[in-house]
Design a binder for this molecule. Structure first.
Ligand code: G6P
Ligand code: ZN
Length: 544
């Protein structure tokens, strides 16, 4: 095998964000952009000679080009074996499982998650470590540092790998195994859930719709829901992955899944609706006449997890990202288990999961998962919901209402202001931060008294590392909260996120309209931050 060393010049913008390096395809298509980044990743790692690397992506536009480059660069850098999903496909949670199951050194996950695809859309590359989870900041910082000074990369001159063909091929001295992207993952799911109970649920006439959004979960959902669990054909819609997601926006929220939501709100609609995003790690859960917020879903899944065989022995603890509502905290308290609050980003759960301190994790951004992999997992959440529904033999709405009657309800919403001028957004957050020391003890309106106000700093209890400036929190004596932070996943300008939460006790009112219930907090957030005034926006771009 002749290794070629190709001269290159660095780019200054290859800084990984919340979840890998996400850029427009047009940025990724610049000369050597991909090569520089992959070489920078390999240059930041030690000890992979002869080891296995997993490669796969969500099938978006440019996936096929980047996979071939990645395989060649991996061969030239001395990996012994690459496992790649057939067609270059692997959902993000499946990639995590394949890394763990086959004891790989790490993996390259090609995805920009829920961002639109196509030639004018986004692309992304993320490195995951041997535990199957996203690389910690120590590594991503090193990759960025390396990318700023890189002057060459290594590759080999070989024909393309036939990605359609399952089996073994060679690139120089390196073995490439093209694997079925679904098989290992489906086998894992069978160990966690009561498939017989879910089969009986479908056999009894339970109706579901699953929207794969023309993205990666289509093949997985067809195999699991229809072929294995007996849901009627047609349960899975938009089930064929397409490079531009059928021209859609593969983000399973109430904006992009509005039709499904509306269907679930009709009397003769299905009993259960779910969706997953571009790379299969997010989930949307809607029961008949009941949308379940991601924060509530986390709390409900944690409270009911022991109904599934994989969690029958109970769960060790729960973790949630800081902006996620405190609904899960009440479940942890009742179960007498650990509760952890981490910064936004799934990578922060990795250490807690590896140490066995927590079993279930979740984020307000539609991610839930467990210790079965080291990514959030959309279909896992759907299957756990199905398992719970099959055992409890109640509707989603009944289960949610009983939960609130037991634990109280955390009214919760997020207001996003997208593509805001980055300088204005940065200044706004700085000014808000400057107000924080004066806020504790102050009262606003009749019953909002500030209990604490800070910029969240996380101390990782496992490795002792700290992550500062993770979002501004203003907490009130009644359990209400305003959180403001800048998104780490946007690709154009800045996205400001305002998270609002109010607690209503178990015997309180649980049937208020969410936006109305949170109105005083929404107004106060504007009063303190001046988002509308400073950005000239009249309303948020997205309300979830
Ligand atoms: C991705 C990450 C999540 C994160 C979400 C929103 O999905 O995997 O961990 O919560 O993006 O992040 P952002 O920084 O845009 O709020
Ligand atoms: Zn995703």
């Amino acid at each position: 095998m002749t290794i070629q060393t190709i001269k290159t010049t660095p780019y200054d913008d290859q800084k990984p964000g919340t979840s890998g390096l996400r850029k427009r395809v047009t940025v990724y298509a610049q000369p050597n952009y991909v090569e520089n980044y992959i070489q920078s990743i390999f240059d930041s790692l030690d000890g992979f000679a002869g080891e296995t690397l997993v490669i796969g992506g969500d099938g978006r536009y440019y996936n096929d080009v980047v996979i071939q480059k990645a395989i060649r660069i991996a061969a030239a850098n001395g990996f012994g074996r690459v496992l790649v999903g057939q067609g270059g496909l692997l959902s993000t949670p499946a990639a995590s499982h394949v890394i763990r199951h086959h004891k790989a050194f790490g993996g390259l996950v090609l995805s920009a998650s829920h961002n639109p695809g196509g030639p004018d859309g986004d692309f992304g590359l993320k490195y995951n470590i041997g535990n199957g989870g996203p690389a910690p900041e120590k590594i991503t910082d090193a990759v960025f540092a390396r990318s700023k000074v890189i002057d060459s990369y290594k590759t080999v001159d070989t024909p393309d790998i036939a990605l359609g063909q399952i089996g073994t091929q060679h690139v120089g001295d390196m073995v490439v195994e093209v694997i079925d992207p679904v098989a290992d993952y489906a086998a894992l799911m069978a160990t966690l859930f009561d498939f017989d109970a879910i089969r009986a649920l479908f056999a009894g006439g339970f109706r579901m719709t699953f929207d794969a959004m023309n993205a990666i979960t289509g093949p997985y959902a067809h195999v699991l829901l229809e072929d294995t669990l007996g849901a009627p054909k047609g349960t899975v819609v938009n089930g064929t992955p397409s490079p531009d997601f059928g021209g859609g926006h593969p983000d399973p929220n109430l904006v992009y899944c509005k039709d499904m939501h509306d269907l679930l709100m009709t009397a003769d609609g299905p009993d259960f609706g779910a969706a997953s995003d571009g790379d299969g790690d997010r989930n949307l859960i809607i029961g008949k006449n009941r949308f379940v917020t991601p924060s509530d879903s986390l709390a409900l899944l944690a409270a009911n997890a022991s109904l599934a065989p994989g969690y029958a022995g109970g769960i060790a603890g729960i973790a949630r990202s800081m902006p996620t509502s405190a609904a899960a905290d009440r479940v942890a308290e009742k179960l007498g288990i650990e509760m952890h609050e981490t910064p936004t980003g799934w990578k922060f759960f990795g250490n807690l999961l590896d140490a066995g301190r927590v079993t279930i994790c979740g984020e307000e951004s539609a991610g839930t998962g467990s210790n079965h992999v080291r990514e959030k997992d959309g279909l896992w959440a759907v299957l756990l919901w199905l398992n719970i529904l099959a055992v409890r033999k109640q509707s989603v709405d009944q289960i949610v209402r009983e939960h609130w009657a037991t634990y109280g309800r955390n009214y919760y919403t997020r207001h996003d202001y997208e593509e805001v001028d980055a300088a204005i957004a940065g200044k706004l957050v700085d000014d808000l931060r400057a107000q924080l020391p004066a806020l504790p003890g102050k009262s606003f309106g009749e019953d909002l008294q500030v209990a604490y106000a800070d910029d969240f700093t996380y101390l990782d209890p496992i490795d002792g590392s700290t992550s500062a400036k993770q979002g501004i929190r203003i907490g009130f004596t009644d359990g209400s909260r305003i959180v403001v932070r800048l998104s780490g996943t946007g690709t154009v300008g800045a996205t400001l996120r305002v998270y609002l939460e109010r607690y209503e006790a178990a015997d309180g009112r649980h049937d208020l309209d969410t936006q109305l219930a949170l109105e005083p907090l929404i107004a106060l957030a504007e009063e303190l931050s001046g988002i509308k005034k400073r950005t000239g926006r009249e309303a948020p771009s997205v309300i979830t």
